[in-house]
Write a protein that binds this ligand. Sequence first.
Ligand code: ACO
Length: 276
Amino acid sequence: MGTKNYQTVKVEKDNGITWVTLNRPEKRNAMNPQLHYDMLDALTELETDKETQVVVLTGAGEAWCAGQDLREYFRATDNNPVERRRASWASQEWRWRRLFTFPKPTIAMVNGYCFGGAFTPLIACDFAIAAEDAIFGLSEINWGIFPGGLVSRVLADALSYRDALYYIMTGDPFDGKKAAELKLVNFAVPKAKLKDETVKLAKKLMEKNPQTLRAAKEVYKFCRTMDYAQAEDYMSAKGIALRATDPEKGREEGTKQFLDEKSFRPGLGAYQRKKS
Ligand code: ACO
C-alpha cells in the first residue's frame, strides 16, 4: 500500500515500522480539526496495511503534541456546533478507540512537549518511550478547564490516585525522567538515543507472532474492566479463536519445538516462526 500525503501528519514506512509524525511543528503539533481527520484516516489505513507491523507515534520539531489547538479546535468551533461535533468525534475516535484497540503494537515516542489532550493518545499506545528532557503537563487547570475528553478517565488507568490528582490540580510540568518514575512511560532515554531505543523495541516486537501479540493486548486491555467471570469466559473464547485463526499455528509450533524437537526454551526466548 502506498503512503498517502496528509496536511498535518507524515506517514513513513521503513522495514515493518511505520512512523506516524504529528506534523505542525510551528504550532508545537497542537491538534486542530484537520489533524484529527488526518490521524483518523491514517490509522484506519494502517490497521490493515500489510507493510505495517508496528506503529510509532511521534512529533515533528520540538514537541510531541501540545494538546488540543486552543484557537482552531476550541475557539473557532465554539459557535459552530456541527464542526465541533465532527472534530470532537474524530478526536475521540483516533486518540482513544483506534489507538487503544489498534491491531498491531503501538509505541509513543515522546520527543518533546506533551500537554493536555495529548495524554489520551499517549496512554492509548501500548508502549511509551520519552526523551529525558521531554516536558509533560496537565495544563488545563491553568486556563480554566479540567482534563476533559477522556483524559481524566485514562489517567485513572495510567497514574496512581495521588499522582493523578497532584498533576491535574497543580498543572505542574514534569520531565521525561519523572514520567518514567511515575510509570506514565516505560522508560526515558537521552534524546540522542530516543530513535535507536524505539527501533530496538519495535524489532523485538516484530520477532513475535503478530496474531498472538494482537490477542495478548486485547485480552489485557479489555479484561481490565470486566469482572472475573466475564474475564474468564472472554479469555477462554479468545484462546479458542486465536488457535483457530492464527495462520502461523504458533501454539502447535511452539509446543512441538519445545517438547519434541527440544530446540528452544519458551521461558528464555521465542519459538522459531514459520512465516505464513
Ligand atoms: N493550541 C494552539 N496553539 C498552540 C498550542 C495549543 N495548544 N500550543 C502552541 N501553540 C502555538 C502558539 O500559539 C504559537 O503560535 P504563533 O506562532 O502563531 O503565535 C506556536 O504554537 C508556538 O508556541 P510558543 O508558545 O511560542 O512556543 P514555545 O516553544 O515557547 O512553548 C509550549 C511551547 C510550552 C508548548 C507552549 O506553546 C504552550 O504552553 N502551549 C499550550 C500547551 C497546553 O496548555 N496544551 C493543552 C491545551 S488544552 C487541551 O489539550 C485539552
